[in-house]
Design a protein around this ligand. Structure first.
Ligand SMILES: [Fe+2]
Length: 323
């Protein structure tokens, strides 16, 4: 596993962006500006492109207008160099995977992978640059979200799908397994130096469960919650604030006006030394996986965003959860 991480077939560096649809661009855009604190890089009649306060890349979130039920067009990963896109094309074609070159405003060459797992992702090496907003102290908005950190995707078969991403160079920082069978039902995969770029959780899928932005501190986390309440959407503060055992993350989850789930987190721990082994959590250790706080609400366990035009697997709709 570590060898592939060190010598991947192409070099993914991090989670780059998420593309979701909405029936109401204006309302969705206002949500991400006023509550999360994202900034608009570009907009037209069909889409809004947003980025975090710390981000210099053109966008980390794309809201595309659609009259169809809200869905996720793709999740995006950044690769280190333009040549990694060509390496990725060769890699996927050799495996018989379906790939195509697409264009998206603000992005350089982009390789879309219609992956056999049905998880829709795209790879990009470059974006247009925008000013970093960290020194704009006079105009904080919402939780002043700094940067996109990770996405979580629900899939019916975490083990086999996880292995395909591990073969691409991801490394498993943590895993949740069933006590008796040791079957993987949750898997934290990373390329950058924290526990997660892509998290897989067992359930009917593939579906996008959430995407997560980092905020600077607890005050900003609560500020986002307070503003949601002030705006009359306090009921859409869906879960938390709370603490995850795996990843040691501090979280709060929101539902946006289209139902997509946004997580705000505090800066995650660092994860970079190669000799560190995957930390295994038993699903039976519920008191450790969610050490305190109320159980996850039913809608957090059952509802997630479908990928655009991708059929759902059979099986229970709920995402696996520890309590
Ligand atoms: Fe998360």
């Amino acid at each position: 596993m570590t060898n592939v991480y060190c010598n991947p077939p192409f070099r993914i560096t991090r989670t780059s962006h998420v593309c979701v649809t909405t029936g109401d661009l204006e309302t969705s855009s206002a949500f991400y500006q006023d509550i999360a604190g994202l900034k608009i890089s570009y907009q037209d009649d069909d889409a809004v492109y947003l980025r975090g306060v710390e981000e210099v890349c053109h966008h980390s979130l794309v809201l595309r207008k659609s009259d169809q039920p809200a869905s996720c067009d793709a999740i995006g990963f950044r690769v280190l160099h333009d040549s990694d896109l060509d390496a990725a094309e060769r890699y996927f074609k050799d495996l018989g995977e379906n790939v195509e070159w697409i264009s998206r405003p603000g992005q350089g060459r982009t390789l879309a992978v219609n992956h056999s797992s049905n998880v829709r992702f795209e790879l990009v090496a470059e974006m247009e640059m925008r000013p970093r907003g960290l020194d704009e102290y006079q105009s904080p908005r919402g939780g002043r979200a700094l940067r996109l950190d990770h996405v979580q995707v629900v899939v019916p078969d975490v083990g086999p799908v996880g292995d395909k991403f591990i073969d691409m160079g991801f490394r498993a920082s943590e895993a949740i397994v069933e006590p008796d069978s040791q079957k993987r039902i949750g898997l934290f995969l990373h390329r950058k130096n924290n526990p997660h770029d892509l998290v897989l959780a067992m359930g009917a899928g593939p579906r996008l469960h959430h995407f997560a932005y980092v905020v600077s501190d607890l005050q900003m986390l609560f500020r986002a919650c307070d503003i949601a309440g002030t705006m009359g959407v306090g009921n859409e503060v869906e879960r938390g604030p709370g603490r995850h055992g795996p990843g040691n993350g501090t979280f709060v989850y929101f539902r946006d006006p289209s139902g997509h789930r946004l997580e705000l987190i505090l800066p995650p721990m660092q994860y970079m030394d190669m000799e560190e082994q995957t930390r295994i959590w038993s699903a039976g250790e519920k008191h450790m996986i969610v050490p305190w706080g109320a159980p996850a609400p039913q809608r957090w366990r059952e509802e997630a965003t479908h990928f655009t035009d991708v059929p759902l697997s059979d099986g229970a709709l709920a995402r696996w959860t520890s309590r």
